[in-house]
Design a protein around this ligand. Structure first.
Ligand SMILES: Cc1cc2nc3c(=O)[nH]c(=O)nc-3n(C[C@H](O)[C@H](O)[C@H](O)COP(=O)(O)OP(=O)(O)OC[C@H]3O[C@@H](n4cnc5c(N)ncnc54)[C@H](O)[C@@H]3O)c2cc1C
Length: 498
């Protein structure tokens, strides 16, 4: 029997984890990536001669990666140095209202008690316990397993654990559920923000997403050298196991042979005969026909209105003053509902944005830099990058509002000409075709949303799906799990026909 040839389209996190698992199982793997480097959204940009992370910054669920490296015969710690953060994030509403969440639950409860009173601290502990319960219920039954339908999920959770099933609260809205634990509107806003980790609105998401708070509470790490080092390390591991990684290679077609995947074609006209494909591009690229007509029906198209958040980001090298930035800091807008209405209903940049700032050079044990430092600032935005060309004036107005918000909280960013790199939804749509700039696949709105994401097997034999738009969903660890699930399905299918 010949060695099975597998093409992986895209070297995002899921493409890389699929490539690692397939290569170590003896498949002949070729990864084709249109960008010049691995990582997809976990990319780097160069500003003022320095390399800056321009994608994910919050690294959680390290056990997902420990397992991946261990299954490949090595260890995560042999490849990367991870440092735990003790301040999960610093939150600000104005010059004086600041609140840190800590890795230590009791410290967070104390901080919340001082900030908003003992009742709110009690509410926090009850909320954290609920978030943990939801996480524990769904961890192995949903996140780390093949996509279930609702009946299958109930079966996996088990009829004897019916209260757990009830407790995941798929039918309640996240913001309403959070409001039962917190009376203080600032705390409601803070914990509701976790919905944005899935690119969604807390006013439309199921309360199930409260589990994200537990994921963060269970540990956040920084990666020595930056997040992009993780992507590089995964690419090195895939290569060491025999995978062929080709950058600057755009896949333009997936062709079928007697009803199953038979070949792919690249923009340069090269044609590769293959036995199967793992597609790490957003599923909508398949549905829109960006890989040709024959695989268009492999997944359902995501309606533009159902897309998740996009963003406007500013990577800067700048000095800051007036506010003690942590590695992760959040500067809240003063009308959270209008922010999500702007983005999801009015489909425009938010008039009163919340701004997230990652100060990449800062950590628990690192003194605040005195000179210019590396920053990533992010504002939520609508995923309309395919139909709306964002003008310089629009982006400048958004920038003005974002930096005004920072100043209202005391943070002055002393920007310098030529020391910034802006990425808009139009840019994200170009980087991630078929998305409109949506960074997390379809939004997780309504109880059905988790069940309507496709699973690893598409409708076409030999075409497997992996990435943030596939089960179990977006975020670095989820995308990694999705790549692993795709590889496991593919290997199981070939084992059964061998
Ligand atoms: C600004 C930002 C901040 C974020 N913050 C966090 C965070 O703090 N924590 C977290 O966990 N997650 C965060 N996320 C989300 C997280 O980065 C993603 O969910 C995850 O990285 C997605 O991985 P993926 O496997 O879906 O692949 P993607 O990153 O989507 O990569 C897909 C790859 O496919 C390639 N591709 C597409 N079409 C083709 C083609 N035709 N030919 C060849 N290659 C192709 C693309 O170039 C890309 O490299 C953030 C994302 C962004 C953008």
């Amino acid at each position: 029997m010949h060695t099975r040839r597998i093409a992986v389209i895209g070297a995002g996190i899921a493409g890389l984890t699929a490539a690692i698992d397939l290569a170590r199982r003896g498949f002949a793997v070729t990864v084709l990536e249109q960008a010049g480097a691995p990582g997809g959204k976990m990319r780097e940009v160069e500003v003022a001669g320095q390399r800056l992370d321009a994608g994910p910054t919050v690294f959680t669920l390290r056990d997902v990666f420990e397992q991946l490296y261990s299954d490949a015969g090595t260890s995560l710690s042999a490849h990367l140095k991870l440092l735990p953060v003790s301040v999960l994030a610093r939150h600000a509403w104005d010059q004086s209202e600041h609140l840190d969440l800590h890795a230590n639950l009791a410290e967070s409860a104390d901080a919340i008690g001082r900030f908003a009173g003992s009742g709110e601290a009690k509410g926090f502990l009850a909320f954290a316990a609920r978030a943990e319960r939801i996480y524990r219920t769904l961890n192995t039954s949903f996140m780390r397993a093949a996509k279930p339908n609702p009946i299958e999920l109930s079966r996996r959770i088990g009829i004897s654990n019916i209260t757990d099933l009830f407790n995941i609260q798929p039918f309640a809205k996240m913001y309403e559920s959070i409001s039962r634990y917190f009376a203080d509107p600032r705390l409601r806003q803070l914990f509701a923000r976790y919905a944005t980790y899935c690119g969604s609105s807390p006013y439309e998401s199921p309360a199930t997403l409260m589990l994200i708070a537990h994921v963060e509470q269970a540990g956040v790490w920084t990666i020595d050298g930056g997040m992009h080092r993780l992507a590089q390390s995964l690419a090195e591991l895939a290569r060491s196991l025999g995978a062929d990684l080709r950058y600057g290679t755009i896949v333009t077609r997936v062709d079928l042979d007697r009803g199953r995947v038979g070949a792919i074609e690249t923009a340069s006209g090269e044609r590769l005969a293959i036995d199967a494909v793992v597609c790490n591009a957003d599923n909508n690229a398949l549905a829109l026909g960006l890989f040709g007509a024959s695989v268009r029906s492999s997944v359902r198209e995501t309606a533009p209105a159902a897309r998740s958040l996009s963003a406007v980001t500013w990577n800067l090298v700048a000095r800051t003053e007036g506010f003690p930035l942590a590695h992760h800091s959040v500067f809240f807008g003063d009308d959270y509902r209008s922010e999500f209405d702007d983005v999801f209903r009015r489909r425009r940049l938010p008039g009163r944005p919340t701004v997230y700032v990652c100060a990449q050079d800062r950590g628990d044990t690192i003194a605040a830099p005195r000179e210019a430092e590396r920053l990533l600032c992010l504002v939520n935005a609508p995923a309309i990058g395919d139909t709306h060309q964002f003008t310089t004036a629009e982006i400048q107005q958004c920038e003005m509002k974002a930096f005004e918000r920072l100043e209202r909280c005391g943070l002055r960013v002393l920007r310098q000409a030529g020391a910034s790199c802006v990425t808009s939804p139009t840019d994200f749509n170009r980087l991630f075709p078929g998305t409109g700039g949506a960074l997390y696949g379809p939004a997780s709105h309504g109880w059905r949303s988790s069940f309507t994401r496709p699973g690893s097997r598409s409708r076409i034999p030999g075409l497997y799906l992996a990435g943030g738009s596939t089960h179990p969903g977006p975020g670095v660890p989820m995308a990694a799990l999705s790549g692993r699930l795709a590889a496991a399905c593919l290997a199981a299918d070939y084992a059964s026909i061998a």
